[in-house]
Design a protein around this ligand. Structure first.
Ligand code: HEM
Length: 537
């Protein structure tokens, strides 16, 4: 049986003054030795990498191999060696050096890295309804930021869960996808029309065919923002026009700044940062200010527009789809403050996360012409039989979905997925106390030959059919369970639709097919955006 190893990183915040994130009822369970298998592909008792003591004893947390006991010394090393920006590579290297489990103490964070899929399945199955996020909003849940952001950020716990279930109906369920798919398709169609016009205008002609080499990243960011605004606020904001608004461009910059300034802040005590007035913090706070004011303005505008409609008619079955804002307003189950909080979060989380993987996707398709041609063929066939029904096209071209999964395997936007176990668990035969933050390390997993055969090969076909069976935890790019990415369906469809239109309109090549150097700034991105040549078909 092939081994299914999954890297996991644990961040222990015990004793560091952090609040407990699990409910008492979930803390009562005693130590649980994890033997659950992730599925037919899991390793069971013969799992590779499980550390066993001769006497079968579960080892203590302190016995986990580590990269150095002093968090402050390690932090210094991180800074000196610029490891924050290469965290994904650092993890990969550390797994190689220290084996499938190790601890890492950096600044205020005490970390452990582990490889074992059964443990991952245990983590996610036992996510005791109160896992706290550690990424964007984890920082924002610090008291200071909560005050700064007028207290509108989402909560944890049951209250969070109830709100999330209401939001899921508008963004995650199949009925919601059917409603917003035409909006995404409209934006993707317009985006390609704009690209075509640009290639015709600025491109060079060879044998009657035009081509143009571009850095597509600014256009992809605008595409992602336009698509988000259309779905979330039901509003087009004209980003493909000759003079897109400066306000929107500022929003894109603000999200980028917020992301790049978050990472170092996570490793330092917020009070210290505030006291010394660290520039990182000031820039971070300013970026959030901008994100909030942008969302506030859009929500206000949408509110006025939608309030003019007769009660009960905003989200009528017959009328045009008013966007997530309209749906939530019409249903009236969430307070206006919560609607604002949710939509601000959707906006902050919805632009870079799709624009960046799309850069990687165009690059990989460009440097893998056979894969590109196969995908285009499938899209064309699906297009021909779907008679304009985009949902049917997507269903008829499963390689599109495979492409998105494959890109996120090789270039996971979030290089980890985190959980705080709500009860003590055993991972790799080591005891992990409840309240420890646990991260599945997606980047090393996606590139592990033990999880994916020929891991560096770009092969969207690997995600179809029976080969995927038993590998449910191989595809964790959007997280898992009740706390999984709430924008997942928007992102998946948005990316598939734009790739579909691009493939129908252009043949892609790359001027340089060398591997892309990547950098980590809370999301994984190319150090230098790749250039893509668009050949008009
Ligand atoms: C390829 C694109 C994307 C990827 C790979 C991605 C990945 C993730 C991951 C891994 C999480 C944490 C999930 C977990 O802990 O289980 C997350 C959370 C989140 N994502 Fe995404 N995301 C993407 C696109 C989007 C989009 C388009 C939006 C908004 C429209 C969005 C909004 C959010 C929000 C609001 C959360 C926090 C959810 C919560 O904790 O309640 N994401 N995302």
């Amino acid at each position: 049986m092939r081994s299914m190893l999954t890297p996991v990183m644990v961040w222990c915040k015990r004793g560091l003054g952090c609040r407990r994130v699990h409910s008492r009822s979930f803390c009562l369970a005693a130590t649980t030795v994890v033997e659950a298998a992730a599925g037919p592909g899991a390793l069971g008792k013969e799992r590779v990498g499980v550390r066993r003591t001769g006497d079968g004893r579960v080892r203590s947390f302190e016995e986990i191999p580590h990269t150095g006991r002093s968090g402050w010394l390690n932090l210094l090393k991180f800074w000196r060696e610029d490891r924050f920006r290469h965290l994904h590579k650092h993890m990969e290297k550390s797994f190689k050096e220290l084996g499938p489990i190790y601890r890492e103490h950096v600044g205020t964070q005490n970390t452990v890295n582990i490889l074992l899929p059964a443990d991952v399945s245990e983590l996610f199955r036992s996510e005791g309804l109160h896992p706290q996020r550690m990424t964007l909003t984890a920082w924002a849940t610090h008291r200071e930021v909560r005050n700064h952001s007028k207290g509108v950020f989402l909560k944890n716990g049951e209250e969070w869960r109830a709100d999330r279930l209401l939001l899921n109906k508008e963004v995650m369920m199949a009925s919601a996808v059917r409603r917003f798919l035409p909006l995404l398709d409209e934006v993707a169609t317009d985006f390609c029309r704009m690209l075509k016009a640009r290639v015709e205008r600025e491109g060079r002609s060879h044998g009657g065919k035009c081509s143009l080499t571009i850095d597509p990243s600014p256009d992809l960011f605008r595409f992602a923002l336009e698509a988000s605004c259309h779905v979330i606020y039901g509003e087009r904001i004209g980003l493909f026009s000759a003079s897109p608004s400066l306000e929107s461009q500022k929003f894109i910059w603000a999200v980028e700044r917020m992301l790049t300034t978050t990472l170092p802040l996570l490793f330092l005590p917020p009070r210290l940062l505030l006291r010394i007035g660290a520039p990182q913090w000031t820039q971070h706070a300013k970026a959030w200010d901008h994100i909030f004011s942008h969302a506030e303005a859009r929500i206000q505008k949408g509110y006025q527009r939608l309030s003019c409609k007769a009660p009960g008619s905003i989200a009528s079955a017959q009328g045009p789809y008013p966007g997530v804002l309209g749906q939530l307003m019409e249903k009236g189950q969430l307070s206006m403050d919560l609607i604002k909080a949710n939509l601000t979060e959707l906006m902050a989380g919805g632009v870079d996360t799709t624009a960046v993987p799309l850069q990687f996707a165009l690059f990989e398709l460009g440097r893998n012409p056979d894969v590109q041609e196969k995908l285009r063929q499938q899209v064309r066939e699906a297009w021909a039989v779907a008679a304009g029904d985009v949902q049917k096209v997507l269903q008829g071209a499963p390689l599109l979905k495979g492409t998105v999964k494959e890109i996120l395997r090789l270039y996971p936007v979030g290089i980890t997925v985190q959980r705080y176990p709500v009860r003590d668990i055993v991972i790799q035969n080591y005891h992990i106390p409840a309240g420890t933050a646990v991260q599945a390390c997606l980047y090393p997993m996606g590139r592990s030959a033990e999880v994916f055969p020929d891991p560096l090969r770009f092969d969207p076909g690997r995600w179809g059919g029976s080969r995927e069976e038993g590998g449910g935890f191989r595809s964790l790019a959007f997280g898992f369970g009740s706390r999984q990415c709430v924008g997942r369906r928007i992102a998946e469809n948005e990316m598939q639709l734009v790739l579909m239109h691009i493939l129908l309109n252009f043949h892609l090549t790359v001027p340089c097919s060398d591997d892309l150097e990547t950098t980590y700034t809370l999301i994984l991105q190319p150090r230098i955006p790749p250039k893509i040549t668009l050949h008009k078909l």
